[in-house]
Design a protein. Sequence first.
Length: 342
Amino acid sequence: MASYRIALNFEDGVTRFVECKDGEKVLDAAFRNKINLPMDCSDGVCGTCKCRAESGFYDLGDDYIDDALTADEAERGLVLTCQMKPTSDCVIAVPTTSTACKTGQQKFAATVAKVTPHNDAAIVLELDVDTGASPSFLPGQYVNIDVPASGQSRSYSFSTAPGEQRIGFLIKKIPGGLMSSWLADAQAGDRLNLTGPLGSFYLRDVRRPLLFLAGGTGLAPFLSMLEVLARAGSEQKIHLIYGVTRDLDLVLVDEIAAYATRLPNFSFTTVVAEEASSHPRKGWVTQHMPAELLHGGDVDVYLCGPPPMVDAVRKHFDDNGVKPNSFQYEKFTPNAAAKEAA
């Protein structure tokens, strides 16, 4: 029997995945997985179970009343989970917290497979997830990784595609930093505990050109997105602008370039801010964003980088009257135990 993977995204950033059987209602699938989505009547009358379907295909049937879900709401992607029967994988935004639905963050363990330093700028951490525990996530999301013997955790975006036994992260190297210091002596076989996936910064349905804006190790989620798009055979126009402070901060450029052979309409630009740089494009990301990349607003923009970069891009858009069809962004700070997305 066919089944579909349903991602339930809660207001507190927690994402839980459930398998929904062919012909099964999302509410029933969630209850079967001990996730108590909001509901009162379960008959399409009260509207308490109303959520938003952000991607995927489904059947709402006609066994609900207009007071519970109007035609206009259905047109805008709102659904009643007590009536919704998926016909594909779906992403559903649930307008409440995970704790209110009596669920929580998922935890899993992994083994260090490889630690690769890139100059003094970044570290690529590769982990092998325990057999049968390969985490489900949406490309662009992150996890919290416990730093051994510290009682603290750090948040890192997946740089690899969902569904892999080996997962990867691009981590900024910080002198004296908690995770950086641990990674300096990490060995293959060391064990780590992780919590997630988390975050509302992830790739939505691709229906128009994409503009990716990455700052430093904010490149990581875009590598995950590009891999998913390449595997899907996307022919949509995609441009990535990758901005860093110094020449040495430009890492994994060969990996980015490789996507140009797998995605027919992918291109990218690198930008270095430091005045002393010999790079052909110097300055800020906003100075190397020609109007044609914005497609007159018919574009989905994704931005991940440090707070000053995110704020500068938002101000640039406001000052120039740029209104993308959608604008997803995530701020991060090197020592943060959490991220901020919108």
